[in-house]
Design a protein. Structure first.
Length: 333
């Protein structure tokens, strides 16, 4: 389907994106406007959980404060936001969200372009290096660009290389993307040549994000350069209280399970020991008192007196049938 962004604004284009599993979504995002555009970019924020609070804080490319807003989304809910082409923004959810950036139609600002949709990588999923490719159809003459997102801890332009040149050598201009007045990520727009492009940070433990895109007359393309796809709950973040709480809760739950297991096993062992002790006492050697008591009970039973011929016939019957004596035992008078 050919889609207009915004609706009823020329011209349309096919929009498609591959969405990762919700468990791989992120909470913290930095946005950089699309280079050459003069009006705004459209962003779509989708929530992965109920009661997700989203905060947006923007800084203009001249360093002044831009728009700020916040709102709440339910699971699967979304909100479209138009952000001016001068603004670099920090977008954060207290639960997992996904962020999509749209190029608007060429009629919005008259700049050579067309709609496209691209997923913006969360800060938690940035990678160390990328191998990228630009688009060429042999007909359109595209101009190619790259948006960079560099976390403050890894902002070392002299150690980040685009092909064989450092960003410092390329004299790239950066804008600080702030959260509550503190720089979190540094963003930049870079025009690149066509073909295969490599981007890497010399520090192997460092991470950076990238968006690749291009424009021609009523045509465009754009895609995220890549991301790690880690499960958010296992990503260690010093500033993420939710992650710390999850780890602490897991330890407490494990200790509780172990304690209950030990308690149950102890109860079972104690029960078995009591049964074994009772069973052993049933077969123990009787005491002297037990023998006397048993003798008294047995003396209350006797075989009837046997005399003369009765003895002979009675004895013969016992010989033939031993059970006979049992059936004729009667209490003694």
């Amino acid at each position: 389907q050919c889609s207009n962004v915004p609706p009823d604004t020329g011209y349309c284009d096919h929009l498609v994106e591959q969405i990762p599993p919700v468990q791989n979504w992120g909470k913290r995002f930095a946005t950089v406007p699309l280079k050459t555009r003069q009006a705004y970019d459209r962003f779509k924020i989708v929530a992965g959980e109920n009661y997700t609070t989203v905060q947006i804080e923007c800084t203009r490319n001249d360093g002044q404060s831009g728009n700020s807003t916040s709102f709440i989304l339910q699971e699967g809910g979304f909100k479209d936001i138009d952000i001016p082409s001068t603004d670099y923004c920090w977008i954060e959810g207290d639960k997992r969200i996904i962020l999509l950036q749209f190029s608007v139609g060429q009629e919005v600002d008259g700049v050579l372009s067309d709609p496209f949709m691209a997923m913006i990588p969360p800060v938690e999923q940035y990678s160390n290096g990328y191998t990228l490719a630009t688009v060429s159809d042999g007909v359109q003459n595209y101009t190619h660009f790259m948006n960079l997102y560099i976390p403050k801890d890894f902002f070392q332009p002299s150690k980040i290389f685009l092909n064989d040149q450092s960003l410092e050598e390329l004299n790239v201009t950066f804008t600080a993307i702030q959260r509550l007045g503190v720089s979190e990520v540094f963003g930049a727009q870079i025009e690149i040549s066509g073909g295969v492009i490599t981007l890497r940070h010399v520090n192997k433990s460092a991470s950076i994000g990238v968006l690749v895109y291009g424009f021609s007359n009523f045509n465009s393309y754009g895609y995220s350069g890549g991301l790690k796809l880690k499960t958010l709950s296992v990503i260690k973040e010093e500033t993420d209280l939710d992650t710390t709480w999850i780890a602490s809760s897991g330890v407490l739950a494990s200790l509780l399970i172990i304690s209950w297991t030990i308690f149950i096993v102890s109860c079972v062992v104690a029960c078995c020991m009591r049964k074994r002790s009772k069973r052993g006492s049933d077969y123990a050697t009787p005491s002297k008192e037990d023998k006397i008591e048993r003798s008294k009970r047995e003396s209350n039973y006797a075989i009837p007196s046997i005399k003369g011929n009765y003895y002979q016939s009675e004895h013969a019957e016992i010989e033939r049938n031993p059970a006979y004596v049992l059936s004729n035992i009667v209490p003694k008078n």
